[in-house]
Design a protein around this ligand. Structure first.
Ligand SMILES: NC(=O)c1ccc[n+]([C@@H]2O[C@H](COP(=O)([O-])OP(=O)(O)OC[C@H]3O[C@@H](n4cnc5c(N)ncnc54)[C@H](O)[C@@H]3O)[C@@H](O)[C@H]2O)c1
Ligand SMILES: [Zn+2]
Length: 403
């Protein structure tokens, strides 16, 4: 702590001055190191695999306790294996099974988790919370962990593709509030994120495409090699090939995670608002709010990315053939390029909202060639309209009119 000294007036000049020295203002500065491991592993639930047991401290102490919060669908599929695993390591697990759907992602869920922590009487440092589920449940449990006694250790086991390459990798937690997505939340790192692609075997195909949107995003803004690898493999990407995790798929997933961490690590608390990982996340929140039937997050991101590809062509950041390859990849991943709700007017609304979120400037990430990123602040309504026309012309050429 340092004391801020200011020149003391020789006599009192206003009724607000305090006639007493020495220091009257103190400046406090502290730093909190953040460290956590994200690891890709196989057979996480095999009783012989110590990874998860180590993460909760069950490999070194008898009868260690832990609170395991599991997504309801995951519990139906993997509940028996999960319980057998903790029993094999003689960990005394308490179980909380919760829904993992977007509609239930609210503060009440966070409170429910904290209630279970209280009921169990979880110790403050040595007993861990474990979350096994997709992005929704990880965000909920992460938030509960950050609030409980102002911070309790937790371990994440992501079970969806979005969870494994995105939500499980960074430090953000949160819940929806009012009509806003993730409006309440915290930054709170887990102790570890343990990723086992085997969980992806049971993820519905639509949710695989959903996760691919975030992987394509990383390729477009950061990793030209990943882009080429995706072009070569996209036709074969499925929940089974991802779960088998052969050399191509493990490279796809690990490049996506590494790229994401590379972007997040120097800006964990988002003090810099020019974030390349916001690519595809400028117009998509407005679309996600309005689409009926609802779109998955990655589907809205895909439609947003298509517009951004076209905007980049308009600014000559991207050549025509690169743009066509980008749009073709998004489409081949089973993702939409357009949506009826996505009009020039909505794009303007979305951009205006993003400007508020980004503290007054557009800070719009665009591809600067495939695999790198540039930020722009002066996109006009006319450019937005032209970009939309470009994407529509592309889809009509590929699919024929009126699809
Ligand atoms: N914190 C972050 O940085 C961050 C980043 C990206 C996304 N998110 C959040 O993540 C959420 C989306 O995550 P998501 O796409 O994983 O959705 P999700 O958590 O809703 O899971 C999708 C569906 O799959 C089911 N499921 C989960 N694992 C399964 C498995 N192995 N087999 C079969 N079914 C399974 C779930 O029950 C759910 O119905 C959003 O709320 C988003 O805001 C957060
Ligand atoms: Zn996203």
């Amino acid at each position: 702590m340092s004391e801020i000294t200011t020149a003391r007036p020789s006599r009192l000049t206003s009724a607000f001055d305090i006639p007493r020295a020495p220091g009257l203002t103190w400046y406090v500065q502290a730093q909190q190191p953040v460290g956590y491991e994200v690891s890709l592993t196989r057979g996480l639930l095999a009783p012989a695999n110590p990874t998860l047991a180590k993460a909760v401290g069950a490999d070194s102490r008898d009868g260690v306790r832990t609170l395991v919060v599991v997504d309801r669908s995951v519990d139906e599929l993997y509940g028996t294996a999960l319980r057998a695993y903790f029993a094999a390591w003689q960990a005394e697990a308490s179980w909380l099974v919760m829904p993992g759907d977007e509609e239930t992602k609210a503060l009440e869920q966070v409170v429910e988790v904290t209630r279970a922590m209280t009921d169990m009487g979880i110790l403050r440092r040595t007993e861990r919370l474990v979350v096994v589920g997709g992005g929704v449940l990880m965000d909920v449990v992460g938030m509960a962990a950050s609030l409980y006694r102002r911070g309790a250790p937790y371990v994440r086991v992501p079970t969806t593709l979005v969870g494994q390459v995105d939500a499980g990798v960074g430090v953000k937690t949160g819940v929806n509030h009012g009509t806003h997505k993730n409006r309440l939340g915290t930054y709170f790192a887990p102790e570890a994120t343990l990723i086992d692609p085997e969980f992806l075997r049971t993820v519905p195909a639509r949710h695989i495409s959903n996760g691919l949107a975030e992987i394509i995003k990383m390729a477009l803004i950061k990793d030209a090699d990943l882009f080429r690898l995706l072009e070569e493999t996209v036709a074969h990407i499925s929940n089974d090939t991802l779960a088998d995790c052969g050399s191509d798929m493990s490279e796809v997933v690990s490049r996506a995670i590494a790229g994401m961490l590379d972007e997040l690590e120097p800006n964990l608390w988002e003090s810099v608002l020019e974030r390349s990982v916001d690519y595809g996340h400028t117009f998509s929140p407005s679309l996600e709010l309005r689409a009926d039937p609802p779109l998955l997050h990655g589907e809205a991101v895909a439609v947003d990315m298509a517009v951004c590809v076209a905007l980049a062509v308009g600014r000559q950041y991207l050549a025509e053939d690169e743009a066509h390859r980008a749009l073709a990849l998004v489409s081949a991943a089973g993702l939409p390029l357009t949506h009826p709700v996505f009009t020039p007017e909505l794009l303007q609304v979305g951009l205006a909202d993003a400007v508020k979120h980004r503290d007054g400037r557009q800070r719009l990430p665009l591809t600067d060639g495939i695999g790198s990123c540039v930020f722009v602040n002066d996109i006009t309504p006319a450019e937005l309209a032209r970009a939309l026309e470009y994407v529509h012309a592309f889809t009509e050429r590929v699919d024929g009119p009126g699809r």
